[in-house]
Design a protein around this ligand. Structure first.
Ligand code: SF4
Length: 510
């Protein structure tokens, strides 16, 4: 009988979380590289280049792929013949101790993103605990563990539907994927759970995302059953939607579609869909009582050797002297290289600012947005000689409801984030002749290399959500909504859907 020791489980979970924070799964990187090579849309190709360069830098630098180092999700399969070392800790406690150890590791501190009392105070637990843990008890004398760190941007796009048994799963997926926008940072994968009950379908969808990327093998060998046929049909048709990397329009939105099914009730057809983002992070290991898991270090020579060059067409912008007239001259899809100072802020800082204005108060001393840009980011804390840790953009859509207030009351010129803006924000941008710029989600370490200085200027108690002033040099961004309110996220996928031509373009009724 194998005896599983407490310390082995704790250390294995901690090592696994450190590992996946900086090593992408190699199968995922290979798939993104293949998509990069065949991509015909230049903005999407550039976005994938940044994701791939970022991945290599992170692997070498052992720093997080994304500033959102995720919510920890663990699948544990406990062999019925194992015995646990006598301990007062539950297996949940051991896993959470491993999470704590990983996220507070001084050599590679990870961002703590988990909030307690989610419907109330939303207080950060400060060590990214607790994990979400799923158990299964199976025959055998080992404990199999899969550890994942799931980004909030992609987790927020999870969907569940209880279809009628005669409804088409393909139709539902094709109708639903465009509603996800780009906040899930494509290119990525779709996990689809079919059957069981509502909660079973969701767990199936999450669990299947842990399987290797293998759709090209399936294409080569051909489908052997209905699920494989469905995977191929969805892979083809989802990519034909033309959404592309970061929603910029292009050939590849997903590098794989994974499906797991389970028997269900005669009256039901539950279907769950969970996307995995450009920062796909998971690893699998087993414990058999002989010590902590040994995680194979990947051969970094195998990572694609790309350089990201913005090219001659990029427009250089001095953020310290930029004017409204200059902002109004920028065109949708244009690449800019930003240098100078900008301010940061995301959900909690915007809420604070809103509350201050509602009480008739002004911004704290030292916080002045006039003629500035705000970058929606919650960076990872720096280590060693870093100015700031990985600092990629967060989903801008969440800040839509604050945009009119920020533009009307602070003198802000524009915003930088990831993903599309909704109608409310676009109307405010048009009204104030502002602009929305997009940085690549999933290229956080690469973005941080453009940050030369960082200091907190307001709300230090908000931790990673405090307002920082960043001094940046040649930070690459794309004009995603121009001062007339023209959005590349609205126009580009339609153009590419038509180019791909497999699905008729459906014009939105106004
Ligand atoms: S790649 Fe995008 S969705 Fe994924 S963790 Fe990073 S910011 Fe979140």
């Amino acid at each position: 009988m194998n005896v599983i020791k407490q310390e082995d489980l704790i250390q294995s979970v901690a090592d696994a979380l450190q590992y996946i924070s900086y090593y992408h799964p190699k199968d995922f990187i290979d798939a993104v590289y293949a998509a990069y090579q065949k991509e015909a849309s230049q903005p999407a190709k550039d976005a994938m280049a940044q994701i791939l360069v970022n991945s290599r830098l992170c692997a070498y630098g052992k720093r997080p792929i994304c500033q959102d180092t995720g919510i920890v999700t663990v699948f544990v399969k406990v062999g019925m013949q194992v015995q646990w070392e006598a301990t007062c800790m539950s297996v949940n406690d051991m896993i959470n101790e491993g999470v704590r150890r990983a996220y507070l590791h001084p050599d590679n501190i990870l961002r703590a993103s988990i909030l307690d009392d989610p419907a109330g105070k939303r207080a950060n637990t400060k060590d990214n605990t607790p994990a979400t843990i799923h158990y299964e008890v199976i025959p055998g004398n080992k404990v199999d563990i899969t550890v994942a760190a799931k980004g909030g941007g992609s987790e927020n796009k999870a969907k569940l539907v209880m279809l009628n048994p005669s409804d088409s799963i393909v139709d539902w997926v094709l109708k639903t994927v465009p509603t996800l926008g780009a906040g899930w940072c494509p290119p990525g994968m779709l996990g689809i759970g079919i059957g069981g009950t509502a909660e079973k379908a969701m767990i199936l969808a999450k669990e299947v995302l842990m399987d290797p990327v293998d759709i090209q093998d399936l294409i080569a060998k051909g489908p052997q059953n209905r699920v494989e046929e469905l995977r191929l049909e969805l892979y083809d048709k989802v990519n034909a939607l033309g959404i592309g990397a970061q929603g910029l329009g292009g050939l590849t939105t997903v590098v794989d579609v994974k499906i797991k099914e389970y028997p269900t009730h005669a009256a039901s057809l539950p279907v769950a869909m969970i996307p995995n983002c450009a920062a796909t992070r998971h690893i699998h290991f087993s414990l058999d009582g002989t010590g902590p898991a040994v995680l194979q270090v990947p051969c970094l020579e195998d990572w694609p050797k790309l350089n990201y060059e913005v090219g001659e067409v990029a427009k250089r912008v001095n953020l310290n002297s930029v004017t409204s007239e200059e902002v109004m001259s920028w065109k949708p899809g244009e690449t800019l290289l930003l240098s100078g100072t900008l301010l940061t802020g995301r959900d909690a800082a915007h809420k604070r600012i809103q509350d201050l204005f509602a009480c008739g108060e002004s911004l704290p001393p030292g916080l002045d947005f006039k003629n500035k840009f705000i970058y929606y980011v919650g960076p990872v804390d720096p280590v060693r000689d870093e100015v700031v840790g990985p600092a990629g953009p967060t989903t801008a859509t969440r800040m839509d409801k604050f945009t009119e207030m920020m533009l009307a009351k602070t003198g802000l010129l524009g915003m930088i984030g990831k993903a599309e803006r909704g109608p409310q924000a676009i109307a405010a941008i048009r009204k104030h002749k502002a602009v929305y710029l997009m940085a690549v989600g999933g290229a956080a370490y690469l973005v941080s290399k453009a940050i030369r200085n960082s200091k907190v200027v307001a709300f230090p108690e908000l931790g990673m959500e405090a307002v920082h002033e960043f001094e940046v040099e040649d930070m690459p961004v794309t004009v995603a909504v121009d001062s007339e309110g023209v959005s590349v996220h609205a126009s580009a996928p339609k153009i590419w859907q038509a180019k791909i031509g497999k699905i008729p373009v459906i014009e939105e009724s106004s």
